[in-house]
Ligand binder design. Structure first.
Ligand SMILES: Cc1cc2nc3c(=O)[nH]c(=O)nc-3n(C[C@H](O)[C@H](O)[C@H](O)COP(=O)(O)OP(=O)(O)OC[C@H]3O[C@@H](n4cnc5c(N)ncnc54)[C@H](O)[C@@H]3O)c2cc1C
Length: 409
């Protein structure tokens, strides 16, 4: 009989299996898809931003920050680097963001699988786990076709972001069936839907911008980076970082407003002065020509359409004021987020208080361990979510193996 069953061959499950097998446990991984690590392969646009060496404070959201610190304290960034270097992975760092040297997520997955093979971990694919049953000897893990007896179970089935990769939320159902509860689940690190004609007018353009998110008249978050306009709203990493604050506000029927500064390097006064000077130097030019060096063509067209011909025909100050306002504080009302299929992670999950921070063993069903995105922990972009998967997976795997008695039960 296999001693430990790991459910899910994503980053947390593969790490848990390695950690447990390195301590001598016999381990079987059950994965519902035909191949392992489907989501891992698309991380970081296929390059896999596997961790981040910059401090993780404020990088994680979820109910209990102390819990996250404790787990990262047990297996943190340096342990992760050592772990991957030990597997033979060379890495490269760009401003704290760590990638495989090959810039291919496939290298990370391949080395994890080689280690699992070396440790003789059994990998079973197309095994969709339907039930985890408590028995006198331990557990029975039932899939569509088989029933696996074991002593310990590590549930690493992920959340429901990008369900096409396999994590379709069935892990939540399994956790509920074992006596756990769930905090509300929302798509996070996700594009935003916005009201009004601007998104359609600017769709396809990208701009370096400083964003400020206003909820209830208060700025709750600021981010700077490349903003991408789409026909439904806005996207890009800079938007993903803000997206975590929206589901709660939207569910309370609030109307969050995004303030977009499209030229953060210049003050409004500087812009007004430059625009007014151009206006006086080239009085014969229309708005499109005057703005050609300041805005992209689509942005000029939107400015002209939305502010009206009158402002554009004004001489001097009125034109400069209107154009500077458009550039420095363009506002859109956010009406929603895109769905889980476009989200990178899930916010919410099994509450931290329902598992031990030392071992990640369930407080509801001893012998069951939980790791990865299934728990109510989510990070900002930058490698923090994979770091959580490695840290929680390794902790759960080594704890489950350590808890096996002298007779292997
Ligand atoms: C497009 C995209 C890009 C991303 N880029 C990055 C990045 O660069 N850096 C970063 O830190 N994070 C990134 N993330 C987030 C990161 O991929 C996840 O946080 C991480 O994969 C979570 O790992 P996990 O093991 O908990 O879950 P998952 O990776 O979701 O793995 C869960 C596994 O469990 C399997 N499973 C589910 N239910 C069952 C069942 N009932 N029976 C058997 N198997 C089951 C699934 O098929 C899946 O293989 C990205 C996410 C996406 C979608």
């Amino acid at each position: 009989m296999t001693q430990i069953i790991v459910i899910g061959a994503g980053p947390s499950g593969l790490t848990a299996a390695i950690a447990a097998a390195r301590q001598g446990a016999s381990v079987t991984v059950l994965e519902k898809m035909e191949k392992p690590g489907r989501k891992l392969l698309i991380t970081g646009n296929g390059r896999c931003n596997l961790t981040n060496t910059l401090p993780a404070e404020a990088a994680y959201r979820g109910a209990d920050q102390a819990f996250v610190r404790q787990v990262l304290g047990r297996f943190g960034v340096q342990d992760t680097m050592d772990f991957f270097h030990g597997l033979g992975l060379l890495t490269r760092e760009r401003a704290g963001y760590v990638y495989p040297y090959t810039d291919q997520a496939g290298s990370v997955l391949e080395l994890l699988l080689l280690e699992l093979r070396r440790l003789k971990v059994k990998m079973k694919y197309n095994e969709n786990v339907r039930q985890i049953l408590r028995t006198d000897e331990g557990f029975q893990v039932r899939t569509d076709t088989w029933s696996y007896p074991c002593s310990k179970v590590i549930l690493c089935a992920g959340g429901k972001a990008a369900p096409q990769t396999g994590s379709d939320g069935s892990g939540y159902e399994l956790a509920l069936s074992c006596g756990h509860s769930l905090t509300p689940i929302y798509p996070a690190l996700v594009p935003l839907k916005a009201e009004g004609p601007l998104p359609r007018m600017l769709s396809g353009t990208r701009t370096q911008a400083a964003l400020a998110l206003e909820i209830d008249g208060r700025i709750c978050c600021r981010e700077t980076g490349e903003l991408q306009w789409t026909d439904y709203g806005v996207s890009g990493i800079v938007v993903f970082q803000l997206s975590r604050f929206l589901p709660a506000a939207l569910s309370e029927k609030k109307r969050p407003v995004l303030h977009i500064d499209q030229m953060p390097e210049y003050s409004r006064d500087e812009l007004v002065e430059m625009l007014a000077r151009r206006r006086s130097l080239c009085p014969e030019q229309g708005a499109e020509e005057l703005l050609a060096g300041f805005m992209k063509k689509k942005t000029i067209a939107a400015f002209v359409k939305l502010t009206g011909k009158k402002v554009c025909q004004e001489r001097g100050q009125a034109f400069a004021d209107a154009a500077a306002a458009f550039l420095k504080d363009l506002t859109v009302t956010v009406t929603g987020t895109k769905d889980f299929d476009m989200a990178q992670v899930c916010a919410g999950g099994v509450p931290e208080k329902e598992v031990s921070p030392e071992t990640l063993e369930s407080r509801k069903m001893p012998g069951l361990y939980l790791a990865g995105e299934l728990l109510d922990v989510d990070g900002i972009c930058g490698g923090y979510n994979l770091q959580w998967a490695w840290s929680s997976g390794y902790t759960a795997g080594s704890s489950a193996a350590a808890a096996l008695g002298a007779w292997g039960f």
